[in-house]
Design a protein around this ligand. Structure first.
Ligand SMILES: Cc1cc2nc3c(=O)[nH]c(=O)nc-3n(C[C@H](O)[C@H](O)[C@H](O)COP(=O)(O)O)c2cc1C
Length: 181
């Protein structure tokens, strides 16, 4: 995750390739409930930055993040797509989701965006929806569409860690079991 970007735009074809990767992510039942809003307009990026409280972030000593990233991809989900899909004949009766797959699928799309960004020589960050206040009206998002968060894309500038406490990568053996737990 990179939260600081150079003041330079992104080639439109690269944005399309990144978005295509997001769209190609898997989805439960091939419901395809992931939705994306690509935001490049400066005024909208500024409005999203304000909804994220960027002023307060900057006052804590960080560089502006959301407003400076030349491209934002808002990752959303349409849960109704899953409800409808799992009511179809081949899926009927299997929709008692123990896991809300729309969140899983949004995560798969998010990861695809992050990888595709790296493939384009770009850097990306992610700010969860919890960090925004009143995001729906800024982008005219219907109330029944849930926002997962916002991916920031740009050319990397020297970054500074936002972590208050340095966290190291856990050793593989702590995370991965073999054959049994
Ligand atoms: C679901 C999710 C939500 C995240 N939300 C935020 C966020 O709100 N703000 C932020 O600065 N980073 C956020 N991150 C980024 C993580 O802090 C980051 O991935 C983690 O620190 C590991 O750093 P790395 O991805 O550079 O290895 C989020 C990441 C994920 C996967």
């Amino acid at each position: 995750m990179v939260r600081r970007y150079a003041d330079s735009g992104i080639d439109a074809a690269a944005i399309d390739r990144i978005v295509d990767a997001a769209v190609r992510a898997p989805s439960a039942g091939f419901s395809q409930g992931q939705r994306f809003i690509v935001v490049t307009e400066k005024s909208l990026r500024a409005a999203l930055a304000e909804a994220a409280g960027e002023g307060e972030y900057v006052s804590r000593g960080f560089s502006p993040w959301i407003s400076v990233a030349p491209v934002l991809i808002v990752v959303c989900i349409d849960k109704q797509a899953y409800v409808d899909r799992y009511a179809e004949r081949d899926k009927a009766g299997t929709g008692g989701w123990d896991v809300p797959y729309w969140w899983v699928d949004a995560g798969a799309s998010l990861m695809a965006i992050l990888y595709a960004a790296v493939d384009e020589g770009l850097a990306a960050g992610f700010l969860g929806a919890h960090a925004f206040e009143g995001l729906h009206p800024v982008l005219d998002i219907p109330e029944d569409i849930e926002v997962v968060g916002v991916v920031t894309l740009g050319h990397a500038a020297p970054d500074q860690s936002s972590a208050r406490v340095k966290r190291g990568r856990l050793p593989r053996d702590e995370v991965v079991r073999r054959e049994r737990w």
